[in-house]
Design a protein around this ligand. Sequence first.
Ligand SMILES: NC(=O)c1ccc[n+]([C@@H]2O[C@H](COP(=O)([O-])OP(=O)(O)OC[C@H]3O[C@@H](n4cnc5c(N)ncnc54)[C@H](OP(=O)(O)O)[C@@H]3O)[C@@H](O)[C@H]2O)c1
Length: 299
Amino acid sequence: MNKSVLVTGINGLLGQNIVREFAEDHDIYGLDLTPSIYGSRNNIQVRQIDLNDNLALEEYVNLVKPQSVIHTAAYTNVDRAEDEPDIAFAVNGHVPASIAAICMKVDIPLVHISTDYVFSGDSGPYKETDVCDARGKYSESKLAGEEAVLNSGAQVAVIRPNVMYGHGEQLKSSFVAWLLGELRAERSVRIVDDQYNNPTYALRLASVIRVVLEKKAWGVWHFGSKEVVSRYTFALKIADTFGLSSALINAISTVDLNQRAPRPLRSGLICEKLKNELDFNIMSIDEELALLKEEMNVS
Ligand SMILES: NC(=O)c1ccc[n+]([C@@H]2O[C@H](COP(=O)([O-])OP(=O)(O)OC[C@H]3O[C@@H](n4cnc5c(N)ncnc54)[C@H](OP(=O)(O)O)[C@@H]3O)[C@@H](O)[C@H]2O)c1
């Protein structure tokens, strides 16, 4: 018999990659604001629910009785959060607390997806045990969410990705998708060379989630690629992998973008814990971009 899992934000980038990873041997129950993108696949059922509706959420969990919950849904517009912090805190702070309380009540584990933005970005890359210091409303709201789930008493794994990318349908624009579109149209782009990360490939993050659930590895985990690079270097690697012109890529500084919310500059997530304790192979950016290219079926 299949195992079962409830995935919030199932239509999003990570949600779709979790479906790819889990659909083979799981009954998947999904929640999202938008209608299902999965058609009539037998083992995937999606319900449109605003997760702020705690009652509807609890009723759904009681109805489908999943064996675990993976919470990916979030308010993800970093700059807009500065203007509507209450909405960001409701979705990123209170919703995770409600989900953890429900998981605690029905005694099932929760995997909660957080972010490197819980750190200041002054002195990364960061270990799981480093002190959090969120800057900006999105970051503060995500930190509130992870603190709430970790203090809930439920069986909880918090996984922090950074600069997530991957393949999916009908997605909001992500950095990689946007860059590929611009380079294919032969438009020049300006990319910051002073923000450092080790980007997270969503399909492999879905594998990390599977391992964490199988090994009941509760606690905090970091996941990204092997090396920390500037966004500019990441863009050059993307161009190289997909055979596009790197001459179109121009380096700029974060201050030139004049963004509303602060960005962590020296970020990145040290993944030694995942490698040593869960025996998870951490790949290079080039290896993961090659996998993405294969997944996208680009020759
Ligand atoms: N993408 C990154 O670079 C990145 C980096 C670090 C951490 N993360 C974290 O990773 C997780 C997944 O990110 P993602 O890129 O997969 O996000 P995404 O593509 O925006 O997917 C999130 C999904 O959740 C839905 N959602 C938002 N608010 C909801 C609500 N109140 N009720 C029900 N559904 C709701 C969204 O619907 P709408 O599209 O209609 O809003 C969307 O379908 C998030 O927790 C994010 O904070 C992402």
